[in-house]
Design a binder for this molecule. Sequence first.
Ligand SMILES: *Cc1c(COP(=O)(O)O)cnc(C)c1O
Length: 231
Amino acid sequence: MLKENLQSVEKTIQAACDKSSRTRSDVTLIAVSKTKPVEMLQEIYDAGVRDFGENKVQEICEKYDKLPNDIRWHMIGHLQRNKVKYIIDKVCMIHSVDSYRLAEEINIQAKKHQLVMPVLLEINIAKEQTKFGVTKEDAILLAEEMAHLTNLKVEGLMAVAPYVENAEDNRKYFQEIRQLAVDIQHKNIDNIDMHVLSIGMTGDYAVAIEEGASMVRVGTGIFGSRNYGRK
Ligand SMILES: *Cc1c(COP(=O)(O)O)cnc(C)c1O
């Protein structure tokens, strides 16, 4: 069943690439596996997926030990500074940098491990109270502040668009994100190369791809709905 979900997602990605004259290899599909058991991740791994997204430090650490070591783990959730040390050597990218203090801690831990951590700035694109991320204005300031943190590399922007019935309603936000990346790139800040746009989730990833997404984060579309056990 999961394999069929994946095939259907792949079809949609390919169609969005065709529609916007983009190449499939320009878009990375991140399978968002939060709350799902390792057996399900293994099934998707066996079907060829290597990029997985998680939003909790403890869950990454547990799954990391149980699954093949060529998986690229993406930290996509809110990250507390005191937990950076647990994942710094496990993830390939941190999508959720939204403060200088967090960036500074990532830099310190990356230095300890002698690595350069790729990060994205999380943008609260619709200024929703319930969401993390910085405003567009603050993103430029944050990028400038981060220029001297040489053990991390700002590679682009991430956003969680509002939940909408009609994906078209989010197109304007994706366009804004792409423009913001262009604006920041034009500032020629040290250590910053805006080539990644991590936008698009199950409800809107086709539109996101049409608007330039280089990473789409699909959870429900691959693994089915999540049960947080609170019902
Ligand atoms: C859960 C989550 C996703 C995936 O959401 P779906 O709607 O299930 O595809 C993507 N990005 C982030 C940051 C998430 O927390």
